[in-house]
Design a protein around this ligand. Sequence first.
Ligand code: CS2
Length: 501
Amino acid sequence: MADAVCRPGTAPRLAQATLGAVPAAVAPPSYDRAAISPGIVHIGPGAFCRAHLAVYTEDVLARGARDWGIVGVDPLSPAVREALQPQDHLYTLLVREPEGDRPRVVGSLCGVLGPDEREAALQRMADPRTRIVTLTVTEKGYCQDAATGALDEAHPAIRADLAGDALPRSVPGLLAEAIRRRRAAQVAPFTVLVCDNLSQNGAKVRRIVSRFATLRDPDLGKFVADSIAFPCTMVDRITPATKDEDRAQVTAAYGYVDAWPVVTEPFRQWVIEDNFPGGRPAWDEVGAIMARDVHPFEVMKLRCLNGAHSALAYIGVVAGLETVADGMDDADLSAFVRRLWRDDLVPTVPPVPGTDIVSYTGELEQRFRNPAIRHRTIQIAMDGSQKLPPRLLDPALERLRAGADASCIAFVVAAWIRFLAGCNDAVEGYAVSDPMADRLLQVREACNGDTVALVDALFAIPEIFGPDIAAHAGFKAAVVANLRAIRADGMRRALAGFLRR
Ligand code: CS2
């Protein structure tokens, strides 16, 4: 395959049978895939999990472990299955260094089930060989009230799962049903490992799933709360959505076709609460940190990395800056991000074992500036209703309660509200993608351009702002003032004005 002529249509497809012929530059799995049995079911096998959890697990398999293969379950779309099944679930990971790509083929995924295979997915979750169910379904995948982290009982998917006898579709529904089946068959429970950017993710999802289970059967709810381990974890690796140009680049550079390669940065971090009653892969031997308390790591990452990302996203989209690296190249926006860290976020981060927070934000700045990673601001801007509370509103509230201010966060909230207009300062349109988009856009329409009314109406949405932020007159007034400036002068001038203050 190394010498393949790479005209479109002639390059061979990546697969087990063609693996021996990938060029030497691409590292293949170094173990016998046929000897691996599945021990993990992963719900949400998108790019992030394939750059993170699947790679840590790949490294464990390469050290000789046999029973930790991963079966992916995508309850929403058949796209990953359609891309990966013809290539025996192999995919290329392109680690993007500023100097060039480091490619490898990852083999830890041994199957992917799509939305039409929910019975098979439940059987796989109930199989005694499955000892861990891992999840990357994004914040909205848990059907939560983002401000409180409780199950959103009015969520259409939850109502549907509770109403009928059909197989569940929601994530809480799938987990509760799989746990019920194992219990009925007297199979030891699996551990649920939530790998999404929620604060106290394991504890939160335990409450969500046990509440869902209680609504089905109070006894099952108690079993979930008392007998299932949901360790908390902090996950980190910047992984932009795969673009067609990445696919084309694999074929041009390495001579084969991969329908869904994954592009990621060199950095990776994983901190895991070590609570796996059914056992776990030796992830700690391949770089993961097992900790008694993940909370300080998670607060640091959610606020400093994800909070700054959201700031770059809303300010960047409105100002017409396409990627995070473009945002960091803008002198005002990078100065803003540094100020956001220094004034509003770092003071809210508890001491983190083995970490100097100033060096951490310095390293974040380098990661954000990696020119080889084209991480689009519009991608990060998605689902703001779910992302703002843990990333920015929680730290704002802590600052306000301590009698301090949260001026940079107030600017970002104003930028988010301006972002909801659906067009940037150059009047180019984009879609506002958010599970609450309809409600947010209705609120915008109803306010008819009145800035104070708009901020009031959005702050009154309890699932986003919660009562304490909503009642804080000073914070609200700061958001109004920033939004007025952004609307009157455009994002760039408003930002420059903010920085002069
Ligand atoms: C980003 C995250 O899309 C987003 O909201 O902030 O996906 C971020 O890139 C990861 O959490 C990095 O670990």
